[in-house]
Design a protein around this ligand. Structure first.
Ligand code: NAD
Length: 390
């Protein structure tokens, strides 16, 4: 039966001064499919209530803890309770919260890295299968139209067989011991208990791994990594240099860093096949460069009719005409709109549009954890080259 209403969203995390929760809230409402009805917004219950007031939410649905959210929302009639909950807390909370939400029957949108380790990730994969709930993971960089175009250009064989992938993600914001000043985002990211076994690798290395695998359709099977904590006293890596192999035929370089002074959010990828190459820069996301040997470079621009002819997914992920830049918020919204369409199809008891299934999944979350496990094993080892356990 047709669901004649917006989907009801809840949120865990995203309290006052938090970074990504507000991005989720703006992105989720962009397409008029989702409305935020409540949440447990902060580890401090008083700040959760404060956030609820700032957002003009019904105070009866602003909770002190995620456990209270699950208990009270589950007690509401089916037609009133939250349809899904977005988890926007530090990494250590993702697993227990997502697990409890799935077990209580909620669909889940979760921030990356999905869990703290492979064991937890496998448990979430198992639970998603068992509960038949929809699970989205916020690897937002695959939400960009030109990244979807890049993926479809590779899939069509325009580059030929892929040989080489270079993905880099330098930032500079942790060049000094920011965590010692009490800065919220730096404090938990540099604490192994809250962040996980790898700092920079988990925080942005998983984005680089996900982007490379999404565009190429290949899986990293083996890697050789060096992890460094450059800032004195820092307990987790702030710089990662890594050689990667995608099976036997393609190789590449993945480097991510949070001490590359002066860099902002300089994620970029180059993919080279036997016939041609492509290049995409997150800081100039509306363009995709196509390079053919002995020919001038082509700059493909988002929003033009020729894009839709090559990629329905890129066309679907575009809201504005060419020359009107779209970026970070829209990429998040693209994951939300596909996730929401899939949840809506589930609630209406029908199959989703295949294009709507294009959002990062629990399986992608497991890939991220396998990547981190292998990264850490390689960094600690003498032989260096280390295979994924699969
Ligand atoms: P943050 O420190 O800015 O905010 C975290 C919020 O979670 C705070 O409000 C905190 O009080 C709240 N919180 C902590 N534990 C909680 C709990 N048990 N229950 C309820 N609320 C709780 O962190 P952030 O930078 O927004 O990062 C949050 C998550 O988002 C991290 O997993 C991070 O890796 C991810 N992230 C993803 C992207 C992206 O591009 N996809 C960007 C930034 C952060």
């Amino acid at each position: 039966m047709k669901l004649n209403r917006m989907l009801r969203m809840g949120m865990v995390g995203g309290g006052p001064n938090a970074f990504i929760g507000e991005v989720h809230r703006r992105a989720a409402r962009m397409d008029g499919q989702i409305t935020l009805v409540g949440g447990a917004f902060d580890i401090n219950p008083a700040l959760s209530k404060k956030m609820g007031k700032t957002l003009y939410l019904d105070s009866s649905r602003v909770y002190s803890t995620y456990q209270e959210l699950i208990e009270k929302e589950s007690a509401l009639p089916e037609g009133e309770r939250m349809d899904f909950v977005s988890v926007c807390t530090p990494n250590n909370w993702h697993f227990p919260i997502a697990r409890d939400l799935l077990e209580a029957g909620f669909h889940v949108m979760c921030e990356k890295p999905m869990t703290l380790n492979v064991k937890e990730a496998r448990e979430l994969v198992r639970l998603v299968k068992k509960t038949k709930r929809i699970f989205g993971l916020m690897h937002n960089y695959t939400g960009y139209p030109m990244v979807k175009l890049a993926r479809d250009v590779v899939k069509r064989g325009d580059l030929g067989k892929i040989r080489k992938v270079v993905v880099r993600y330098p930032q500079g914001w942790l060049s000094t011991a920011l965590e010692k000043t009490g800065q919220m985002q730096a404090s938990w990211r540099t604490d192994p208990k809250q962040s996980g076994g790898s700092g920079c690798g988990g925080d942005i290395g998983t984005h680089a791994e996900n982007l490379a695998e999404y565009i190429t359709g290949l899986k990293i099977t083996e890697l050789n990594a060096e992890l460094t904590a450059f800032v004195p006293g820092r307990r987790l890596d702030d710089d990662v240099n890594c050689l990667v192999k995608f099976g036997r035929h393609a190789k590449g370089i993945l480097h991510v860093s949070q001490i590359s002074a002066g860099e902002e959010n300089n994620l970029a990828i180059w993919v080279y096949g036997e016939k041609a190459g492509l290049e995409w820069h997150q800081e100039n996301p509306n363009h995709l460069n196509l390079k053919r040997q002995d020919q001038p470079m082509e700059v493909w621009k988002r929003g033009n009719p020729y894009i839709g002819k090559r990629s329905k997914a890129a066309e679907r992920a575009t809201r504005l005409p060419s020359g009107h830049p779209e970026a970070f918020f829209e990429a998040f919204a693209n994951n939300y709109v596909n996730f929401a369409d899939t949840v809506r199809a589930k609630l209406e008891g029908r199959k989703p549009d295949p294009l709507a299934l294009d959002f990062p999944s629990v399986e992608d979350g497991l890939r991220g954890m396998l990547f981190l496990e292998t990264l850490l094993a390689s960094a600690r080892s003498k032989q260096k080259w280390t295979k994924f356990k699969s």
